[in-house]
Design a protein around this ligand. Structure first.
Ligand code: ADP
Ligand code: MG
Length: 313
């Protein structure tokens, strides 16, 4: 779903690349943290996915589109498939909660009937039912970020990017926000969250991609921010080439309200969330690779997908 192949980004009038030869695959439906100190390239990575910046070298595929070959007129369609959340919320200060969320649908030309149905459903999903008429300044920081998440998700994009969404929030509130992103992820939306919030990352046991000075220095399944855990398969280490078309979002992407959103339907526990698999893996078994892959295929948390090689370079 999101694929980086040897991606280097050097901004004009700078010498050191902001991203340096990054290879990465984030399959559809995954939740991945991107961690690293300030200046390590997290936001650059997000901006490249949205095509707000262009790569200097390498290739990025998003939902089957090669961004370098994507004509300018198709960029809006790309962005419709990517919801974005930022550290500073970016709400419209003079619009109510309802209007802030509705606005995202209005600009897409949605009908009033659809807006009247979808906005309350989404506000309920993010835990803001009953706050429709409030203005942003009448909300806490955590509530404002929930509005921003509702706005990013109201058209049910297949990808949600969150760039330090908890950067302005206290730890308890941050955890609530990440749990909300997790809930959104469980409906099938791919979530990529840039952060340096160690507590939150460690609490979630998700994939952790670490950048250091623009270099991808580690990529861990069920990772821990500080100690790390399980190295992941690197791009191209295994498996035959898979055609690029396989990475495409199917037509008729389901933009209905997923079952997990039904009132009272809380998030289900995912496979591998607890249990022996993870324990065993943390005990220091060998990295996954072509040789190690077979016995692990039954193991649970690893084999949701395989690394892909889409070019023969
Ligand atoms: N628009 C830009 N022009 C020039 N340099 C930039 C620009 N945006 C980011 N950079 C540089 O690229 C590097 C990575 O920045 P960024 O992606 O914002 O990192 P992070 O989000 O991890 O803090 C930094 O050295 C930063 O100064
Ligand atoms: Mg940043």
């Amino acid at each position: 779903m999101i694929l980086f192949e040897n991606v280097t980004k050097t901004y004009p009038r700078t010498t050191r690349p902001a991203l340096d030869d990054v290879n990465l695959e984030i399959p559809r439906g995954e939740f991945a943290f991107v961690v690293g100190t300030s200046g390590s390239g997290k936001s650059t990575m997000m901006q490249l996915v949205m095509k707000e910046q262009d790569v200097s070298r390498g290739r990025i595929l998003v939902a089957g589109r090669d961004l370098d070959r994507l004509p300018e007129r198709k960029v809006p369609a790309l962005r419709r498939e990517i919801g974005c959340v930022f550290q500073d919320f970016r709400l419209l200060p003079n619009k109510t909660v309802f209007q802030n969320v509705a606005y995202a649908l209005q600009v897409l030309g949605s009908s009033r009937a659809r807006i009247r149905q979808t906005v309350p459903e989404t506000l309920e999903l993010v835990g803001l039912a009953g706050m429709e008429k409030r203005l942003p300044h009448q909300l806490s920081g955590g509530e404002q970020q929930r509005v921003a998440i509702a706005r990013a998700f109201v058209n049910r994009p297949p990808i949600l990017l969150a760039d330090e969404p908890t950067g302005n929030l206290d730890p308890d509130t941050s955890l609530g926000i990440v749990q909300l992103l997790d809930r959104i992820n469980r409906t099938g939306t791919t979530v990529v969250m840039a952060t340096h919030d160690t507590v939150t990352v460690n609490a979630m046991r998700k994939r952790v991609i670490r950048l250091d000075g623009g270099v991808l220095v580690s990529d861990m399944e069920a990772g821990d921010y500080t100690t790390g855990s399980i190295p992941r398969v690197r791009l191209g280490e295994e498996g035959p080439a898979r055609p690029v078309a396989d990475l495409q979002v199917p037509d008729g992407y389901d933009d209905g309200v997923p079952a997990a959103y039904a009132p009272g339907g809380g998030p289900a526990e995912g496979p591998g969330a607890t249990g022996d698999d993870e324990q065993g893996e943390r005990a220091g078994l060998a990295p996954i690779g072509r040789d190690a892959d077979e016995p692990r295929a039954k193991g649970g948390i690893f084999r949701r997908h395989k690394a892909v090689q889409t070019s023969d370079r």
